[in-house]
Design a protein around this ligand. Structure first.
Ligand SMILES: Nc1nc2c(ncn2[C@@H]2O[C@H](COP(=O)(O)OP(=O)(O)OP(=O)(O)O)[C@@H](O)[C@H]2O)c(=O)[nH]1
Ligand SMILES: [Mg+2]
Ligand SMILES: [Zn+2]
Length: 309
């Protein structure tokens, strides 16, 4: 039978059959683990698989994994960890407050979405906690770049209908720091999902990682969502330093004005990117994110063991 991996239970996974819509608990054929460079990525949530029934109840063995498109991955202890595969879009969730809005984290997720050619939507949640006028500024930075931006609150219902439309009939992965309200948003978009949520409990407002592993959930109105675990420190994976500028989509027209073809847009002159920042054609916070990604990730690439999971 063919099906789609919806979640993991220890080393086994749940596969929803294309034929009858039922869920089967499957083990993974040994050879698949052996062939994978990292056994954790042998089979991941979202994979389309071929599996064989075993025993008489709903159990099976995964025999083959179809080629993946649209993956979301991160660096974990110097190795790639694929969070979810076969998605059409990623919903980058941030919160206006509690935890504070971090444009740098949004930019990191955008780099990853561009790298994997997955459409990105930005959702800023908990807008009930701040003055919405202040948020419009941040929203407009991304809106102007052509990314869809939705401002939401589960407390007063803002933006929920818009969000529901954006997710309709799509395969969407949700990403974002722990505690921003990813699971809470999904629960209001589709009340049948019934996901666990929890208070941002510790004093540093970092959240408690209520959602542990990516899970794929069918929505009643059509489409799938993957609620992925929050990530405290998010490192990019498999992106060479020299290509980071290419994923800041608004930099592209200015790169041709750089003197050196290999310009890093840090110390060189003349530099089209730096000139564009000075002329307000590239937003300062985006350029700052670019510099931060370069600095922090250079360090990590040299010290891969420091990558946090
Ligand atoms: N004020 C306010 N609080 C919200 C909103 N959305 C979520 N929360 C609260 O934020 C806390 C964290 O929400 P979760 O949905 O568990 O966050 P999460 O992003 O799924 O977190 P992880 O699963 O740990 O990654 C909960 O206490 C929610 O009630 C909102 O729009 N406004
Ligand atoms: Mg959650
Ligand atoms: Zn340059």
């Amino acid at each position: 039978m063919t099906g789609r991996v919806t979640s993991f239970v220890g080393l086994n996974c749940r596969v929803q059959s294309d034929e009858n819509g039922r869920e089967y608990e499957c083990t993974i054929r040994g050879i698949l683990r052996t062939l994978a460079r990292d056994s954790r990525n042998a089979v991941v949530t979202g994979d389309r698989v071929l599996f064989r029934l075993e025993g008489d109840s709903y159990q099976g063995v995964i025999e083959r994994v179809e080629p993946r498109h649209g993956v979301l991955s991160r660096n974990s202890h110097g190795r790639e960890h694929i969070l979810v595969s076969n998605i059409d879009q990623v919903l980058i969730v941030a919160s206006a407050a509690d935890p504070d809005l971090k444009p740098n984290l949004i930019d990191r997720y955008l780099v990853m979405a561009e790298r994997h050619q997955v459409k990105a939507i930005i959702c800023i949640n908990k807008i009930d906690l701040v003055d919405p006028v202040a948020l419009q500024k941040v929203a407009s930075i991304y809106g102007r770049l052509g990314y869809a931006v939705v401002l939401t609150s589960i407390k007063n219902g803002s933006g929920i209908d818009h969000l529901r439309k954006l997710l309709h009939q799509r395969q969407t992965a949700l990403s974002g720091q722990s505690g921003v309200g990813k699971s809470s948003l999904l629960n209001v978009v589709d009340s049948t999902l019934n996901l666990d949520t929890s208070d941002v409990s510790d004093s540093s407002s970092k959240g408690t990682h209520t959602t542990r592993r990516a899970r794929l959930l069918p929505m009643t109105q059509g489409g799938w969502v993957a609620d992925t675990p929050g990530i405290r420190q998010f490192e990019l994976w498999n992106i060479a330093l020299e290509e980071v500028d290419g994923y800041f989509i608004e930099f592209c027209p200015f790169i041709s004005y750089c003197r050196f073809p290999s310009c890093s847009h840090t110390h060189e002159t003349p530099c089209g990117v730096k000139d564009a920042v000075a002329a307000n054609l590239i937003h300062r916070s985006r350029y700052d994110s670019y510099l931060r990604i370069r600095e922090e990730d250079i360090f990590l690439w040299k010290n891969p063991a420091r990558g946090q999971s």
